[in-house]
Design a protein around this ligand. Sequence first.
Ligand SMILES: NC(=O)c1ccc[n+]([C@@H]2O[C@H](COP(=O)([O-])OP(=O)(O)OC[C@H]3O[C@@H](n4cnc5c(N)ncnc54)[C@H](O)[C@@H]3O)[C@@H](O)[C@H]2O)c1
Length: 252
Amino acid sequence: MMRVGLLGCGNIGHLIASHTDGFEIAALYDQDIDRARELATATGGTAYDSFEAFVDADVDLVVEAASVRAVRAHGEAVLEAGKDFVVMSVGALAEPSFLDRLRTAAVAARRRVYIPSGAVMGLDNLKVGRIGGIDRVLLRTTKNPASLGLSITERTLVFQGRADECVQAFPKNINVSAAIALAAGQTVQVELWADPAVDRNVHEIVAEGSFGDAYIRIRNVPSPDNPATSYLAALSILVLLRDLAEPIKVGT
Ligand SMILES: NC(=O)c1ccc[n+]([C@@H]2O[C@H](COP(=O)([O-])OP(=O)(O)OC[C@H]3O[C@@H](n4cnc5c(N)ncnc54)[C@H](O)[C@@H]3O)[C@@H](O)[C@H]2O)c1
């Protein structure tokens, strides 16, 4: 059975730990050791209070469900320790120089970095952009003002521009646009709307290219334990872990 090291024992970490179908969580690490210990008790894994000991544990891959900072601080060390690396905080890969370093470390260690589809349905087919070419990708995100830290009483466009500029203005919106940019292999135009009438995170993706055109609209329910995380994103990591062990793979 696949042995997983869990880096980050918060909302997504708990969800992974409660659906261990086809894998076991053998090692756990969190900057808050109590969280790692609590989840270790529930899973039968070992909680480590040092990252160095955690990364040397007998696991096949490390799943990051922590933060952009954790990916930047520990990503290369995970690969150098001979483990594959599953990244949830995909926004960390929006910085080209870090992405290059991670790729170099993966090639040198003959390991892989996996990025789940997260909150984005259709992410797999946006990869055709790298081959057939995509002329335009637009991400229109609509959220309740409260989840953006704003107090606005009517639907308002709060940002319009490139994804990397949006990240500076609204850093918590980085994951979806970074994942789309990585898949499509190009810059993503972003519109961010605050709308008090919505209780879900709505992502609309418009893509045009040699394949034709696509319009995808996803209305994500927040995770039961953390409204900032889409439930779909948490589920997508479970699918990725299951598929790693499957002999037949579906999707591009
Ligand atoms: N790809 C996607 O679509 C997607 C969707 C949702 C969330 N995410 C990302 O996944 C990550 C986890 O989400 P969550 O809802 O579980 O968050 P959470 O806040 O509930 O849990 C994060 C846990 O990681 C720990 N942590 C943070 N930084 C750390 C570090 N440097 N070293 C060790 N431990 C650290 C925290 O103590 C906490 O226990 C976040 O970065 C979030 O942005 C990605």
